[in-house]
Design a protein around this ligand. Sequence first.
Ligand code: PLP
Length: 278
Amino acid sequence: MTARTIGDVLINGVATDPGTASVSVFDVGFQRGYGCFEAMRSYEGTIFRLDGHLDRLERSADHLRIELLDHFTLRAWCETAAGGGDGVVRVYVTGGTDASALGTNNATIVYLESLPDLPPSIRLDLLDAPWHSDGKVSELTGAKTLSYGPNLAATIEAKSKGFDDAALLGGGEVVLEGPTFSLAWVKDGMLFTPSLDSQILESITREATLEAADRIGVDTTVGRFQREDLLGADEVFIMSTVREVMPVTAVADVSFEPGPVTSRLRNAFDDLVRSEIL
Ligand SMILES: Cc1ncc(COP(=O)(O)O)c(C=O)c1O
């Protein structure tokens, strides 16, 4: 599937036609989901918080004990892939083909993908996520690994029920994140979002949105929240590299209007991005 790829795919730095780009069927990245990845936003070739993404990739590789190329090389490949374009720069690092030395002799794949058509808002099902660590620390804590099967299954389950995606709960009660995005809501003018100690992904967009909130004087509470907190919100929104700040118009059977605070936060996020990429 090459339809959304813009330009060549860099495989270990070698520019490869997207139609023939491939990794080995013996790579544990493919066989077991053992590997890590990043998705970053390129705005006319400038990647938002590139170093932050590469730092997170380094943490992921470190947790998985996967050999990673140096920051400088990865940076150069990401900038080459971005190539002046708008889109999502994807980086995948596989676990390699050597079963006796996992994490070595692996593949690093970098390419630019065009942005999907994004709807103005999103409707979320509320699903329990028993696989989510929800605060328990393991070797994978903080890692953005290739093992996204449970996340994808949650999205597919939500879609099968007529929603766009899912909001994930720990133990059926604690609000965590979405399968590929962070969650936040507004109550009485204040922004609420789950804290990182629930082992949600350390989202670059969430961090930038909290900074944007601070810039425009929206107070923030970061903590551990129950489903009732989310369902009782005035406004709900999601945050991710691909979707940036996007209003939520339903969580399970509760409806929300895209609200004024979300709109202000979205504008403040855009301003912050513009101020950094110019
Ligand atoms: C589970 C999860 N949470 C949150 C996010 C948002 O992270 P970021 O803002 O860095 O894209 C992602 C992104 O893919 C994710 O997979």
